[in-house]
Ligand binder design. Structure first.
Ligand SMILES: [Zn+2]
Length: 402
């Protein structure tokens, strides 16, 4: 009869009496082969066990377990010299973190597959720090992923038992998630069931109840050519990360007043300001190297500028400072969440509105003014530079006609 790995049915036992069969030196590393199937080797997208072996009161650490020639071998940090009887101690912090990450992966992917049946599971990786999955198919939106994240957190709160069973490969039907070809490679298949939520062919280690996971948190989403790559953490790693991120905001709450639930808006504002700043730098460079956009239209001086990072008030204040004795029209436009413009006339026979109001209405803007000043704005402008160029062209024609 085949001896199944001990961790398949009792993943929390962490001390074993084992027999060291050989100590192997290869590629500058020391590997130890033990007789008993009690350590989990890396494979199937999951890291191997870590731990210690004790021989005659001396402790030797192993930092991974790898499959070499189909046999699990301990990758040693320090090399024991003797063979024979020893005590093996599993690093349970590492193993338990892997168990939590792995069961979370089943819950997350199982739920994703139910919601989006056309996606396929690509590469996965699980270790004691984090887990990641690649979901092949149409890219999943952040909201879709976060919906499933909160569903997984609900399953954790529901404290659902996780059970494993070993069945003949011929018994595995479509209700079981399994990698293609797996049933033809093995005579018996181990199935991991999370309540009636998910049923998966899997040789890895799992928690025995979803409540052991405590917390599940997605920490990164990357879009790749053929799908979506999602990274997550669980339990104390997740708590630590959430504390760190939350407190990074909390420490700044008084020096830069905002409410914590407005963090998204604060970040949006920072991004907009960064864009405006970069735009303003470009304009300053252009003004310093090429000078202002001033042209003669007939007898009139027409001066127009595109001014990212400015607002209507700032533009009006600049205009007030401009000295000009000749007939002039000045048009400034500032892109932004609301794109605003100011048109100013000097020594012109007609009011400012005469040169801009119709154009603004035709282009879907709003505004008003009197005598020599007219201020207006546009919302939801997808390409403000195009809008600016269009207004300049139309004002130029207007000046010609009038
Ligand atoms: Zn698995």
């Amino acid at each position: 009869m085949i001896e199944h790995p001990h961790y398949w049915h009792d993943p929390l036992k962490d001390r074993f009496n084992v027999t060291i069969e050989s100590v192997i030196e290869a590629n500058g590393h020391t590997f130890v082969r033990i007789h008993e199937p009690v350590v989990k080797p890396s494979g199937g997208g999951q890291a191997g066990d870590r731990g210690f072996i004790q021989i005659n009161g001396n402790t030797f650490e192993f930092i991974d377990t790898v499959l070499i020639d189909d046999e699990p071998k301990l990758l040693m940090k320090t090399s024991p010299q003797e063979k024979g009887e020893s005590i093996l101690i599993i690093d349970m912090a590492w193993r338990r973190a892997m168990m939590r990450n792995h069961t979370s992966e089943h819950l997350f992917v199982g739920n994703m597959k139910r919601k989006f049946p056309t996606i396929d599971l690509g590469k996965i990786w699980i270790d004691g720090h984090h887990g990641s999955v690649k979901l092949i198919g149409n890219p999943l939106s952040v909201e879709e992923i976060l919906d499933v994240e909160s569903q997984v957190q609900q399953y954790i709160a529901d404290a659902i038992d996780v059970q494993t069973k070993i069945v003949p490969a011929s018994d595995v039907d479509e209700s079981v998630r399994a990698r293609e070809g797996i049933t033809s490679k093995h005579d018996v298949i181990r199935i991991v069931e999370v309540g009636d939520l998910d049923s998966s062919a899997c040789a890895g280690i799992h928690v025995t109840n979803t409540s052991d996971i405590h917390v599940f948190k997605v920490i990164d989403i990357k879009y790749q050519d053929d799908g979506t790559h999602i990274e997550f953490i669980t339990s104390e790693n997740a708590v630590e990360e959430i504390f760190e991120v939350y407190n990074a905001a909390l420490r700044r709450k008084n020096s830069y007043p905002f409410e914590l639930h407005q963090l998204g808006a604060v970040l949006d504002k920072a991004r907009n300001q960064q864009e405006a700043y970069e735009g303003a730098l470009q304009i300053i460079t252009q003004l310093m190297t090429e000078g202002p956009h001033k042209e003669r239209v007939g007898e009139i001086n027409f001066w127009h500028e595109y001014l990212p990072g400015f607002d209507a008030n700032t533009m009006r204040n600049i205009m007030k400072e401009i000295k000009s004795d000749s007939a002039s029209i000045i048009l400034f436009l500032a892109p932004g969440e609301k794109t605003s413009f100011v048109l100013w006339t000097k020594n012109m026979p007609k009011d400012a509105a005469c040169y801009i109001q119709d154009i603004m209405i035709e282009l879907g803007g709003r505004g008003g003014g009197k005598k020599d000043s007219f201020t207006g704005g546009f919302t939801d402008v997808t390409n403000p530079l195009n809008l600016y160029q269009e207004i300049v062209e139309r004002v130029r024609r207007k000046i010609h006609i009038n």
